[in-house]
Design a protein around this ligand. Sequence first.
Ligand code: FAD
Length: 371
Amino acid sequence: MPDAAVTIIGGGVVGLAIAAELAGTVSPLILLERNNQCGMETSSRNSEVIHAGLYYPEGSLKARLCVEGNRLLYELCEAHGIPHRRITKIISASQPGELEALDRLYARGIANGAPLRKLTAEEVLELEPRVATSGGILSPSTGIISAHGLMDYYARTAARDGAVIQTRCAVTGLERSSNGYRITVDERGERSSISTSWVVNAAGLEADAVAAMEGIDIDAAGYRLHWSKGSYFALPGSYRGTVSRLVYPAPTLHTLGVHAVIDLVGRLRFGPDIEFLETRTQDYTVDPGRRSAFAESVQRILPFVNEEDLTPDMAGIRPKLQGPGDPFRDFVICEESGRGLQGVINLVGIESPGLTASPAIARYVRSLMNL
Ligand SMILES: Cc1cc2nc3c(=O)[nH]c(=O)nc-3n(C[C@H](O)[C@H](O)[C@H](O)COP(=O)(O)OP(=O)(O)OC[C@H]3O[C@@H](n4cnc5c(N)ncnc54)[C@H](O)[C@@H]3O)c2cc1C
């Protein structure tokens, strides 16, 4: 008998959601997380927005799992008291030249099943009088959520249903064994191993490195990740209430654009920008030198913001399959029998909207396991 029926590598929001989804059905289930606590990397360094699903090509996993995840998240939040607010969002064309891009976005969002409403400039100003606008889109299903609240809920549910969550446990190797896989683990400097029938790789920024441990040629498979930092700047309390919903610009190829994010205590911040990293270091310091570029982006949609009021806040790192200038890449969520790795599921490139999609990703993984 292997030690585990299922071993999940990575205790971010995705690994925890999968553990919560599967724990009642499969046993033993083990989740291995290298840090002292779960959720210390990308899952706690993001905008905490419940996205509606309008940015991604129709039929893509990102679109489908975001729209389904949006619905599931609100149900979970309401049923289990997870802090959230259905705050809604406006995407504003700051100049008439951006209206065409908004029309395309609107058509895509409707095709994906996101509820949306087109707004004239006057209608935008009725809702948000201080926004620069030539017209916009209202997304009534966009909200904000406590990422920690959500992860705590997933972890509690998984533990209640018998999952074992082991922190300070880094996976360093993986090989085939007679009845599945043997995973080598470094637990506080001690090496040991776990045998398992299924392996779920939800290792976030390291998902490609874990896939390489499985013996996959990550370049040939298209699994190599590009780390892309996103920084945020915050505004002082005196700006509270200047906008009452999230405000986004027209999106660019790589990001949704630096946008106004309001957190659950009403603090206003802006971000994330985009900076592809040349070396893989988790350096989350925000470079104050980025302030003037930030101010320029922010003032396009909110012209009343003074550059001097912007202070460096926090940063996160996206695990992107797209390198600079590359076309759209979808989430990879793949059962790897086709590569001779029966019982291995890789989740690679789980960037935004991974937080929103987490409950739908978990259901999708269950379906790949035929459970
Ligand atoms: C700047 C930014 C803004 C974002 N905004 C939003 C948003 O508003 N809404 C939204 O829906 N999404 C957003 N996202 C995306 C979202 O945050 C991610 O998709 C999501 O957090 C990914 O979760 P994860 O569990 O896959 O990865 P992670 O949170 O990175 O978790 C992976 C875990 O695996 C562990 N791990 C790695 N290697 C090993 C190993 N060898 N052994 C054991 N453990 C290992 C890590 O320690 C980590 O805890 C944003 C992302 C960024 C960067």
